[in-house]
Design a protein around this ligand. Sequence first.
Ligand SMILES: Cc1cc2nc3c(=O)[nH]c(=O)nc-3n(C[C@H](O)[C@H](O)[C@H](O)COP(=O)(O)OP(=O)(O)OC[C@H]3O[C@@H](n4cnc5c(N)ncnc54)[C@H](O)[C@@H]3O)c2cc1C
Length: 355
Amino acid sequence: MAQHILFLAHVAEGANTLTKASHEVLGAALKLSSQLGAHLTIGLIGHDVAAAAETIAAAGADKVFAVFGPDFATARYMSDAAAAEAICRSAAADLILAPASSRFMRVLPGVAYRLNGCADTHVTSLEALNGELRATRWYYRQRIEAVIRREPRPWIVLLEPGCEAAWTGTPGPVKLEELSPPKLTARTVVTGIRAPGSDAQTIRPDADLLFVAGAGWTKKQSDGKTHVAQAEKLILDFLRASGSSLGGSKSLVDQTGESQAVLRFMTHLNQVGQTGSTPRHPKGLSMCCHGEEPHVVGWRFINERRAVNLDPNCGWARGKADVLYVADAFEVLANLNALLTPLTQTSLEAMTQKA
Ligand SMILES: Cc1cc2nc3c(=O)[nH]c(=O)nc-3n(C[C@H](O)[C@H](O)[C@H](O)COP(=O)(O)OP(=O)(O)OC[C@H]3O[C@@H](n4cnc5c(N)ncnc54)[C@H](O)[C@@H]3O)c2cc1C
């Protein structure tokens, strides 16, 4: 049973704040520490962690350890591992909870090895049951759920985003205990980040809505023609106005490899389903997708599901969606965009006036 819990987080790159996923892990850490009567320590890594530390002051941790400076601004195995190791050794916790971010997933299993402990990634829940800690995670494309118990300590658990309510509290002053890892002899220099333009960045795990496009967008419509350029514009306008994340059905993402008319921003990374991803969003909206079982498997963690399809007998109509609109998706999305765009303009104007 854990006597001492460490909540470990890195600041969001370039933002100096903690991510929503980190706030979720803090919520889980606080819940567990009150269930177990365990001490809670916080550890933060980043270029500048002061502002992030203040946002979680009200969590009431015993101590807040920090490793910060330009060396820790971006993800790099060597510096991240040294920082996490220094914090874990100082905290001497038996349970370490961290968000399953790509930065930590890469580095914390190696840190567990250095500490003679163990690590589990992709964990979706952690609870104390009859005096025993149990973590759960999915295997085999979310078809098998495993319950994991571990003897070695420290046990590093990386929690998936979207599984816990994010902790919130009033910011306040925090006393940071700065740690300096042994002198770094870095062989890798981070010279910058090359990322797609913001329009092309369509996968947004924190978005409230998952918008999923199906192959219907590229199929011949009632006039006997395809309207791919129009579909591209409608979908991109919607993503921009709503801030939703973009998913795709397998049929749609596969078209890229089959030299058909395609939506250019759609890649295999967007694919949702049995052989795709299983994202977690409060709401999902599917358009021009049939709702076949292997696709809908990827919707299992979407709480509220709606779909638009011309076919009243499509898969969504058979219990796969909460609401099915039997309608032309081109018309529905054009109308939705018209409703959303003035809203966005109005709120932008209001913000400008305020500033
Ligand atoms: C082992 C296995 C694994 C698989 N894994 C996955 C997976 O991970 N993800 C996945 O997505 N699929 C997966 N599939 C494939 C899946 O079974 C379906 O074939 C696929 O999801 C179909 O994609 P779709 O619904 O976009 O296309 P279609 O079946 O072609 O459906 C297009 C839909 O668009 C509608 N439509 C057309 N025009 C309009 C319009 N103007 N307005 C509204 N609706 C319109 C049509 O009525 C139709 O229902 C898997 C299959 C197998 C066998």
